[in-house]
Write a protein that binds this ligand. Sequence first.
Ligand code: NAD
Ligand code: 89Y
Length: 345
Amino acid sequence: MADRIGVAVVGCGFFAQNHLHAWQDLKRDGVELIAVCDIDAAKAKAAAETFKVPRWYTDLDALLAKEKPGLIDIVTRVETHKEQVLKTVAKGIPTVVQKPYAPDLNDCREMTLAAKKAGVFLAVHENFRFQAPLRRITELLRQKTIGEPSWGRVSFRTDYDIYKGQPYLLKEERFVISDLGVHVCDLARAYLGEVEHLTAETQRRNPNARGEDTATMMLKHKSGAVSMVECTYGAHRVPDIFPQTLIELEGTKGSILLHANFDLEIAVEGKVTKEHADAEVLAWAARPWHIIQESVLATCAHILGALRAGKAADVSGEDNFKTFALCEAAYEAAATGKAVKPEAL
Ligand code: NAD
Ligand code: 89Y
């Protein structure tokens, strides 16, 4: 049995339920949920009761005054991330914060540099690259199965009613790039490497949304590879495959195609292999969210492993800064109609 680690979860809303389940599953790896916190007392109390967490708080300062978590998991919405991360980092507590990292790149920079200066572990819960079919693709690329990848497409297109669970999204001034662009840009980076420059077009296809609900981005990677990276909440497709991400990658020796319903096609020098790369439906999960729910467990497990190994997570604050820099560049590119180079830390 691994050493015990006390985890505190801040924010007990819609998505935090998945984190709470994941940390509970990781009890087998020594995780103990020691406290939860939400400014809404009813949510904090309900989470404590459901997940058998001994203490609940309505204020992060009160939690920090009483508890000594080995890891704090912030699952509140984006506008609260900086204030909370700066507090936990100042206390030297290893921290993970949900995506999007922050409302803008300067805030991402401030948190990343604060953690770096203090030598405190900081990760962003960027979970898409940990989805079962998407991590299988990472493995294939690491094995150089298709040689050097030179072209790709990352695509998330839906008009599933996400507003039922996440009504706040309709009011976001920065909408789909901030919410989904962070995931698809992260995948493009993970598969094809860092980006030289990008261009982008945005659209608002749903008149009830405040911000853009569609983004089409073209990335020129430093390796010379090019990718089309797309996300929309305004697709009208039948069937709607929410929340699946589709992938196309072409390399010097072959290609990898992730089709709908997790069907993976790997072509190497003319020979095609097919795999079904669906995720396990965990005991607490349900379709169609199961693919994301299983990735939350995989992300938490990865972050825990990195922390214990004394290493930065693959999705460290510094890493996610680079993903967010692509999103910030996409907003600028869409506004100016020009190719934009992502900013460095
Ligand atoms: P939500 O509004 O349902 O939950 C947020 C909770 O935080 C609420 O219960 C609220 O009361 C609480 N809160 C607000 N300020 C607080 C504070 N200062 N201290 C403690 N608690 C506070 O939102 P959500 O849909 O759960 O989204 C949370 C985050 O999860 C967002 O950043 C969202 O983008 C992200 N998310 C990620 C995925 C994914 O796949 N990675 C999916 C959905 C949502
Ligand atoms: O908010 C989005 C995310 O980050 O992943 C899925 C989601 O909840 C809805 O598309």
